[in-house]
Design a protein around this ligand. Structure first.
Ligand code: NDP
Ligand code: GDR
Length: 326
């Protein structure tokens, strides 16, 4: 007998996989929505890596297809809905701005509508982001820091964020928004800088590559581990009252220093291998992000458990192992 039922959009992504693992461990029935394409199977590799592939019930659905979302909510009958699906790569949001708006912005409203129509008692989580702060207005960003989105992705997410607040205030939905700072893991997509670096380091170490091409390595991010951050998502939905929370570590590091940790862990010198390539510069950059997670600590009892160094070493080791196994 399951304690509760959760429905997760974006279940095949990094956070979807870790959240599935967390909720299954708590005795939940976990349902996931995944878009079905004609040319390839749903990518279950992350769920498989965490050993939970067989336990997640999959529903065909796309954030652009309201009917598929309503049907999924009706059939799954969830107590909690986590909207994690998005076009989540900031760089690609300049080349695909409309798609990004449709999935990461309007798509969230489709999920809110499906919940409102088919299961208004369910608690709802929206995956908001520190990218909404963009051109920062305060040195440490909290729930009250003004937003200034700097990419089509951030603008789409800001719309979804305010629509979540709006559905809470207009319809009384138990809708919460987690403003999460960057979080990574061995399951991070290869296009994001941490995983690009750890995969690149592993390739260089194994003699499969000689260089690693990066963009703006002076950018600073507040990086945590996805395994820690999905716990915060769950905690938000266990609160009596829905609210918005900043989730971060409170420490910021340059891409350069993150990179150095990865190279040194493999016994390599980054100066011998890193090449700056302007192709990876962005039309508008978010130079620095630094979260103030005091509210999450106070109200949720949450704090980050994994240091950047421990996480990067875990990622390099996982990439070495993956490449060695072919
Ligand atoms: P991923 O990119 O790993 O996962 C995104 C998921 O969304 C994938 O499962 C993808 O499926 C799915 N998806 C994409 N388009 C659609 C669509 N049209 N309909 C249904 N599903 C779709 O992201 P993360 O796990 O890293 O992040 C989870 C969420 O949190 C995202 O919304 C992201 O924007 C947000 N976020 C992430 C942060 C981070 O640092 N990781 C920080 C703050 C917010 P498929 O692979 O099949 O395309
Ligand atoms: P971000 O993550 O844009 O913060 O969005 P990403 O890892 O892509 O970039 C972080 C910073 O690194 C700089 N950078 C590079 N980035 C990439 N991808 N590739 C490079 O070669 C490179 N060189 C330097 C970038 O310019 C940037 O400053 C992530 C996503 O998960 C979003 O969905 C999420 O909302 C935010 O984190 C919080």
């Amino acid at each position: 007998m399951h304690s509760k039922t959760a429905l997760i959009t974006g279940v095949t992504g990094q956070d979807g996989a870790y959240l599935s693992q967390l909720l299954l461990g708590k005795g939940y029935r976990v349902c996931g929505i995944a878009p079905r394409r004609s040319t390839s199977d749903v990518n279950l590799s992350r769920l498989e890596w965490l050993g939970v592939k067989e336990q997640v019930e999959l529903f065909d659905g796309d954030l652009g297809d309201l009917g598929s979302l309503i049907r999924s909510v009706q059939e799954c009958h969830p107590d909690e809905v986590y909207n994690l699906a998005a076009q989540s790569f900031v760089q690609a949001s300049w080349s695909q701005p409309v798609l990004t708006g449709q999935v990461s912005g309007i798509g969230a409203v489709n999920v809110l509508e499906a919940v409102r129509m088919a299961r208004p008692e369910a608690r709802f989580y929206q995956a908001s982001t520190s990218e909404m702060y963009g051109l920062i207005q305060e040195p440490r960003q909290s729930e009250t820091t003004p937003f200034y989105p700097r990419s089509p992705y951030a603008a789409a997410k800001l719309y979804a964020h305010w629509m979540t607040v709006n559905y809470r205030e207009s319809f009384g939905l138990h809708a919460s928004s987690g403003i999460l700072f960057n979080h990574e893991s061995p399951l991070r997509g290869l296009e994001f800088v941490t995983r690009k670096v750890t995969d690149g380091v592993a390739r260089i170490k194994l003699g499969l590559a000689t260089e690693l091409r990066l963009g703006n390595i002076d950018a600073k991010r507040d990086w945590g581990h996805a395994r820690d951050y999905v716990k915060a998502m769950w905690l938000m939905l266990q609160q009596e009252t829905p609210d918005d929370y900043v989730i971060g570590t409170g420490v910021t590091t340059t891409v350069r220093d993150m990179c150095r940790i990865a190279f040194e862990h493999a016994g390599l010198d980054m100066e011998d291998h890193v090449v700056i390539d302007p192709r990876f510069y962005r039309p508008a950059e978010v130079e620095v992000l630094l979260g103030n997670p005091a509210k999450a600590k106070r109200q949720l009892g949450w704090q980050a458990e994994t240091s950047l160094e421990a996480m990067i070493c875990e990622m390099v080791d996982a990439d070495l192992q993956r490449l060695e196994q072919g």
